[in-house]
Write a protein that binds this ligand. Structure first.
Ligand SMILES: CC(C)(COP(=O)(O)OP(=O)(O)OC[C@H]1O[C@@H](n2cnc3c(N)ncnc32)[C@H](O)[C@@H]1OP(=O)(O)O)[C@@H](O)C(=O)NCCC(=O)NCCS
Length: 155
C-alpha cells in the first residue's frame, strides 16, 4: 500500500467550495453556503487539505489588520483523529504570514477542539455565557487567542 498524498490548497474561488460539501453535512457549524459567501470578501483566507484528491479538512479565517479570526475548522468525520486537524491548523498559521494574533470561539463542550487549540499554544482569553444553542438549552463559548511572535515562535 502506498502512503496517502496530502497537500494544502488555498481556497479562492466559490467553485473551490463545492467539493467541500461533505465536510459540512450533519454538522453544527457554519453552513457550506455561508462559508462560500465569505470568499467574496477580501479579508477572507481559507485553505483545505486534500488527501488522495479528496478534500478532507478545511479552515477559514477573516483577517483584519494584524488580527485573524478563525471562523471554522473542520475535518471529515471519517478522517478525524489522524492528525489532519493539527496539520491543517499549523500549516494555515504559517500561511497567514504577518498576522500577530489569531482568535476563535469554541463551544465549552468541544473537548477535542479545545485540546487541539491548547496543544498549539492557544490560551483561553474570555467567555461568552450561554452563547451557543444545544438540544437542551445553551452553552458557553470559550474565546481563545494565539499570539504569534514573528521572531519565530508562537506564544
Ligand atoms: C476538532 C477537530 C478539527 C480535530 O481534528 P482531528 O483531525 O480529529 O484532530 P487531530 O487528529 O489532529 O488531533 C489533534 C489533537 O486534538 C485533540 N483531539 C482530537 N480529537 C480528540 C477527541 N476526540 N478527544 C479528545 N481530544 C481530541 C488531541 O489533543 C489531539 O492530539 P493527540 O492526538 O496527540 O492526542 C475535529 O474533531 C472536527 O472537525 N470536529 C468537528 C468540527 C469542530 O468541532 N471544529 C472546531 C470548531 S471550533
Amino acid at each position: 500500500m502506498t502512503d496517502a498524498q496530502i497537500s494544502l490548497r488555498a481556497l479562492s474561488d466559490p467553485a473551490d467550495v463545492e467539493p467541500l460539501q461533505p465536510l459540512y453535512e450533519h454538522s453544527d457549524g457554519p453552513s457550506c453556503g455561508f462559508l462560500q459567501g465569505l470568499l467574496d470578501q477580501s479579508h477572507c483566507r481559507a485553505w483545505c487539505l486534500v488527501k488522495n484528491n479528496q478534500p478532507v479538512a478545511a479552515i477559514w479565517y477573516q483577517c483584519v489588520a494584524e488580527r485573524a479570526e478563525m471562523v471554522d475548522l473542520r475535518v471529515l468525520a471519517s478522517e478525524q483523529r489522524k492528525g489532519l486537524g493539527r496539520q491543517l491548523l499549523w500549516a494555515s498559521l504559517t500561511a497567514l504570514g504577518d498576522v500577530g494574533a489569531v482568535e476563535l470561539e469554541v463551544r465549552s463542550s468541544n473537548e477535542a477542539a479545545r485540546a487541539l487549540y491548547e496543544s498549539l499554544g492557544f490560551s483561553e482569553t474570555g467567555l461568552r455565557p450561554k452563547y451557543y444553542a444545544t438540544p437542551d438549552g445553551r452553552e458557553d463559548a470559550i474565546l481563545m487567542t494565539l499570539t504569534i511572535n514573528h521572531g519565530g515562535s508562537a506564544t
